[in-house]
Design a protein around this ligand. Structure first.
Ligand code: MTE
Length: 327
């Protein structure tokens, strides 16, 4: 696909502020990393808004999924196809090229795999991925995934509520947050090499009550099968009311902690990627609107829903917090 220059398709003021941002980026490590998450993302969104259909194949497949037997979320939205879900990915340990992840991840060694659950708990444990699959009933949850970049998918995950795992390790009274860590393995991840500017490993975090919420899912598969490598095999998180970057892949460590943990994107660019990062159409990203999104496989854009459509279930968690603030 021939790349459209962003100057041709972006409104001038957006383009100019992006140039200014990029100049600033040369001065700050955080902004440099955003050449991956932000700069490229901004371009993707602009191209889409300009009608560039960079995923004609996916669109064709997913239109076929508008048939009666297709899986649907609770709002009636058809799930994206397995092909689309596993070949259009954000997985920066491999590459910043969404359509390049699947190929680079093809030989990723997702087994054997262990995950430790430790920190402020009475019963710290190390689980083998198979223990987790056996111990906790695997259920299907069809969730919308809304990326902070302005695109979304509908994904039939397979997994179990994180709450079940946390109850087993018994958080102590001092535990207030959960910190998640992805695999650090430069031998497997080309983008974790010595010159990488990202503060690997990828880390994320949730407040304990968010982690205990029934919607928060430890994911082991999708479409009833083990998780594809490109989607974070063998174990990832799905937190459907938050922007997709909170749903950390390839988890090796879960730690209960007293203080709000540092997370990768929040460390790199705190003014752009807040710790909470709940989907909120009224709160624009500093460089683009979050009012609408493009569902991969559809043309045009659709309105983004408050808390990604899970407002009824989760709004209580944030009673008294200013939803317009960048926490
Ligand atoms: N987890 C790790 N370890 N590395 C990543 O680069 N990307 C995040 C999130 N989890 C990411 C990650 C982002 S930005 C998004 S939108 C989702 O994964 C994408 O999940 P998907 O590729 O399964 O759609």
């Amino acid at each position: 696909m021939e790349r459209i220059r962003s100057s041709e398709i972006t409104p001038e003021h957006v383009y100019l502020s992006r140039r200014r941002f990029m100049r600033l980026g040369a001065l700050a490590l955080g902004s440099m990393a955003l050449a991956g998450c932000g700069g490229q993302l901004g371009d993707v969104i602009s191209q889409r808004a300009a009608g560039d259909s960079s995923r004609p194949q996916a669109a064709a497949e997913d239109n076929a999924s508008a048939t009666p037997d297709v899986k649907r979320d609770e709002l009636g939205n058809p799930a994206n196809s397995l092909e689309t879900i596993s070949t259009y990915n954000n997985y920066y340990e491999f590459t910043e090229d969404k359509e390049g992840v699947a190929q680079l991840a093809a030989n990723f060694k997702a087994e054997p795999w262990k995950v430790t659950v430790s920190g402020l708990v009475s019963n710290p444990r190390t689980y083998d991925i198979d223990d987790l699959r056996r111990k906790f009933d695997q259920e299907e949850r069809i969730y919308r995934l809304r990326c902070v970049e302005g695109w979304s998918m509908v994904i039939p995950w397979l997994g179990f509520p994180l709450a079940k795992l946390l109850k087993e390790v018994q958080p102590k009274a001092e535990a207030k947050y959960v910190r998640f860590e992805s695999l650090l393995d430069p031998a497997q991840y080309p983008n974790q090499g010595p010159f990488s500017l990202y503060p690997w490993p990828y880390t994320e975090g949730l407040r304990l009550d968010e982690a205990m919420h029934d919607l928060t899912l430890m994911v082991t598969g999708l479409y009833g099968k083990p998780l594809p490598n490109s989607n974070g095999a063998p174990l990832r998180l799905a937190v459907p009311w938050k922007y997709g970057f909170k749903s950390i892949k390839a988890i090796v460590k879960i730690e209960l902690v007293a203080e709000q943990p540092k997370t990768l994107w929040n460390t790199l660019a705190p003014h752009e990627y807040g710790f909470y990062s709940n989907v909120n159409p009224q709160r624009p990203h500093p460089r683009w609107s979050q009012a609408t999104e493009r569902r991969i496989g559809e043309s045009g854009r659709r309105p983004t829903l408050m808390f990604n459509g899970y407002e009824k279930q989760v709004a209580d968690l944030y009673a008294g917090m200013d939803l317009q603030a960048n926490y």
